[in-house]
Unconditional design. Structure first.
Length: 284
């Protein structure tokens, strides 16, 4: 008698039509019940870790978040897939070969006709980063590129554990630096009025909790602290000073409202202390 292999995902019955190449396909969705997801700690990057279960092993929810056309590799986060401007369709089609080639170079062997593993999951989020360049400003594409960059980095860290020596740890740092760039751009564009943040309802950055606008500011400060430039001490001091002011603002919000997420304030306090320590070392 054959033993049924434990499943962590299923193929949705809903048929999707790619807005670019008009291919028909079905999304792979995560099955989350029956003890598949055992929540663990939350990292300082607000990334939820999950404990492996005896029956299902390691499950990575981020693998299934992006919608990818398996034919032309156009991708976005789920709710934006059909919001591509009509005027961008021909441009996305024109870039198809380049998009597939670039992604396959970084994440070789990916086939989106098959069920996803970690490599395909990371590739899907990398495609999201690329494809949000085609979207209009009203969907807030820049911050979504930042979130997708962080998620790609986290999956690369998982890949490094599985495949040490294949440079996924280096890729993870690279994508976190990209996330830093996109978070900075998103804040700058929102402040100068060129791209609103009204097109994003869930700032994540992970799938289990929405840390809202304060979470975005916290991550901008954290990414500056961890992955900002270090060669020029005066520039480093300026970045750290800005990060410290942002963290201090979050502290103020946290003291005045009991609704602010506890883990965010706890991590903010730790980062604030680390920033102060480094600033004191620079000034010595």
């Amino acid at each position: 008698m054959d033993v049924e292999e434990p499943k962590v995902s299923y193929i949705s019955k809903d048929e999707l039509i790619c807005p670019v190449c008009e291919a028909l396909f079905h999304r792979e969705e995560l099955l989350s019940g029956s003890g598949r997801l055992i929540a663990g700690a939350i990292t300082d990057e607000l990334h939820r870790l999950y404990e492996p279960s005896v029956r299902y092993g390691n499950v990575y929810p981020l693998v299934y978040q992006a919608t990818v056309c398996p034919q032309c590799w156009f991708a976005s986060m789920d709710k934006d897939f059909f919001l591509l401007p009509a005027r961008a369709k021909n441009i996305v089609m024109r870039d198809q070969e380049q998009r597939i080639a670039h992604t396959s170079l970084i994440f070789p062997g990916v086939d989106f006709h098959k069920n996803r593993g970690l490599v395909a999951g990371a590739a899907s989020l990398y495609l999201v980063i690329l494809c949000y360049d085609y979207f209009a400003k009203d969907v807030s594409p820049t911050i979504k590129q930042g979130i997708a960059s962080l998620r790609t980095a986290w999956l690369c860290e998982n890949l490094h554990v599985q495949k040490p020596g294949e440079h996924y740890d280096w890729l993870a740092v690279l994508f976190k630096k990209k996330a830093r760039f996109f978070y900075a751009e998103a804040i700058n564009r929102e402040q100068n009025g060129t791209e609103p943040l009204s097109g994003i309802k869930n700032f994540g950055p992970d799938t289990d909790k929405n840390y809202a606008y304060e979470g975005m500011l916290y991550l901008f400060a954290l990414l500056n602290f961890k992955y900002g430039p270090r060669e020029d001490s005066s520039l480093r001091r300026a970045y750290l000073g800005e990060a410290k002011r942002i963290i201090a603002r979050i502290f103020g919000l946290g003291k005045s409202s009991k609704n602010k997420p506890g883990p965010l304030l706890e991590h903010a306090r730790n980062i604030y202390n680390d920033i102060n320590k480094e600033l004191n070392e620079i000034d010595e």
